[in-house]
Design a protein around this ligand. Structure first.
Ligand code: ADP
Length: 337
């Protein structure tokens, strides 16, 4: 038994099965801890014990614990339950008018932040031409199973079930799919066996073409979140994404401004090379709520690349994603099916 396996086994006892399997990358151990029903003192005590134990594993120099409010199905012995009526899973589409604005980063972190608020969330990477969720959520090594021609999502280390084209095709294989084929591939991911999942965050392909339009018409998201950067050009693109949803009668949850201001990695001070408040004003002009701003920060890119979503933490970046997730959760409550 390796020291990590040994620790994983001890972790089960230590946390009464509340922790996911630990994962170590670049000296950082990450795991999800279900804190449902624990007082804040108990949470602190359990995390301190995990931290202490984790740091004794050779090669581990830092520990990241994502506290979640829900036990994920795969991580605990199944409990006996009566038949439960499951409604169809609700979808929120995360979209942008163009690529590179942080739509995937927001989708991953929104899913993590929503899960921490107690929402049973799943994640679909609908960006079939440039899938990045498997990397963002540290699940590249997992392969989905299929049952009766239906895919079974993989579990990310954060206890969030998810599916991405990256789980189905070999890395680096360019997908030259067009129109209907792309739509079918996407439908397979969305129509998978999502089990107890109540909400799917769908990372849409960038842009506003046919694939996006048919996805929206076919899967009828409950609402849409638009991501934009502060630059005017991206905002013009954002209005295009807004009209795609207006045209298909999908309600707008709101606009997120990403890369808003630059957070100095040394002192944390925010500067605003593109000016402040443009996206908020644009949201107002378009008559849609403004959900929040995420700064351009090296730490966000670094942690995202390392499969360690900032929303799993409690620092300023984690808090910024949490604010957005709270607004999305409130919107969902206010707009029941
Ligand atoms: P999209 O899905 O819109 O194409 P991504 O989420 O893939 O965009 O982001 C593009 C690049 O920008 C990625 O390298 C990502 O890590 C980085 N990025 C996204 N948001 C931020 C941010 N707030 N601060 C720093 N880097 C960011």
């Amino acid at each position: 038994m390796t020291e990590l396996e040994d620790f994983a086994a001890r972790l089960k006892t230590l946390t009464d099965g509340r922790a996911s399997a630990p994962r170590v990358k670049d000296g950082v151990m990450s795991l999800a801890l279900d804190v449902a029903g624990l007082s804040s003192e108990q949470r602190e005590a359990v995390s301190a014990a995990i931290r202490e134990g984790a740091l004794t594993v050779p090669g581990v120099s830092d520990v990241r614990i994502a506290m979640t409010a829900e036990r994920s199905a795969g991580d605990r012995a199944p409990e006996k339950k009566g038949p439960e009526k499951k409604g169809p899973v609700r979808i929120i589409a995360v979209a942008s008018g163009k690529g590179g604005v942080g739509k995937s980063t927001l989708s991953a972190n929104l899913a993590v932040a929503l899960q921490r608020l107690g929402v049973r969330v799943g994640l679909v990477d609908a960006d079939i031409y440039g899938p990045s969720q498997a990397r963002l959520m540290a699940s590249e090594d997992r392969k989905p199973q299929a049952k009766d021609k239906q895919l079974i999502p993989v579990q990310s280390p954060f206890g969030i079930p998810m599916l991405s084209m990256a789980h189905l095709v070999e890395p680096g294989k360019a997908l030259a799919w067009r129109g209907p084929m792309a739509g079918n591939a996407l439908a397979q991911l969305i129509d998978a066996d999502w089990g107890e999942t109540e909400l799917l965050v769908v990372d849409m392909p960038p842009g506003t073409g046919d694939v996006q339009l048919s996805m929206v018409q076919k899967h009828k998201p409950a609402g849409a979140v638009i991501v934009s950067t502060p630059q005017d050009l991206a905002l013009i693109d954002a209005t295009r994404a807004v009209s795609l949803f207006a045209q298909t009668h999908v309600p707008m949850i709101g606009l997120v401004e990403n890369m808003a201001g630059y957070a100095c990695p040394h002192c944390g001070e925010l500067s605003d090379p593109f000016g402040q408040g443009g996206a908020e004003a644009a949201a107002g002009e378009m008559g849609m709520p403004f959900l929040g701003r995420i700064p351009l920060a090296i730490e966000i890119r670094r942690r995202s690349d390392a499969g360690d979503p900032p929303a799993a933490g409690d620092d300023a970046h984690g808090a910024a994603f949490r604010v957005i997730a709270e607004k999305v959760a409130a919107w969902l409550k206010g707009n029941p099916r």
